[in-house]
Design a protein around this ligand. Sequence first.
Ligand code: GDP
Ligand code: MN
Length: 348
Amino acid sequence: VKVNQIEASKDQLRKKYKAANPGTKKMKATFVTLARNNELHDLIRAIRQVEDRFNSKFNYDWVFFNDVPFSDEFIKQTSAMTSGETKYGLIPTEHWSYPDFIDKDKAAKARKKMKDDNIIYGDSESYRHMCRFESGFFWQSELLADYDWYWRVEPGIQIYCDIDYDVFQFMEDNNKVYGFTISIHEFLATIPSLWEHTKKFIEENPQYLHPENFLNFISDDNGDSYNLCHFWSNFEIANLNFWRSEAYRKYFDYLDSTGGFFYERWGDAPIHSIAVSLFAPKDQIHYFDDVGYNHGVYHQCPINADFRQEHKCLCNPDQDFTFRGYSCGNKYYDVMGLAKPDNWEKFT
Ligand code: GDP
Ligand code: MN
């Protein structure tokens, strides 16, 4: 089947659905996935779940990125699995390579040391390009220029419960900029100097620190040190214009100029989280406690039994990570001043 035939038949379905449901797809929003061709099968399982649980009702578009061209097979299978329009982007070389000022020997030595220290992805070059792309470049892509909102999806993730409202509309109506599901502590060895650089940036640019910031979520000593809490960025529902803002652009450029993506192994998750926690007011950060979610070994499973029943959740609340030791969920509730769900202590 040709891709354009698939697109044509989906277009017909969308028109039919829209006629029956005149308020759908109201937002300038899209899914965003960075993936390799060989992750296709894990990816379409994830897409199918997102479609079944949410997007079959809304038909938002889906933008895919890769550092090498997507295979025909990848394009056909993913466009067949999605209800919205699909777009495929090849990442420009300058967004997935070493900048001139990087000392490649120094970077290689750092990778060797991290490998010897058994740090996860410590010896990987591609992982570093990936983290740098997710921090500084995806939101600059032409393919995203017409959108304000995105939902990041990775291969292999699971969505456990029905989502029966438009999450993008929700974000806009409630004046949110960043939404997360799981929060967790980072490995200090991957970001030894990130916080010192962040403090220096804020000292030089105090105007970007929002008066109603969420510093106390990421620091236990009022900014002296980073407590390693971050929103797990494999799931994000967020506003692209936050990354496009002057504050974030300057912050990214400053971080990039230090070489830390390559001399250390800075993740996009702590960088996104620190930026959102410092530059946005805390009430613009939204915790999607109602989105049942899995990535890797961690799960978010709503612990309220009635909720799980009403939303046909397929997960075990005993696996819910929110209140477990390594999570930052407990801290999120405390710093936000929110009441924790009933019986939360049973899930610690
Ligand atoms: P983890 O979640 O930190 O374990 O990292 P992943 O291996 O899942 O990578 C994060 C995201 O980037 C996933 O969506 C991957 O599919 C994607 N990704 C990672 N490395 C590469 C790469 O070298 N090329 C491409 N195209 N995508 C990548
Ligand atoms: Mn992943």
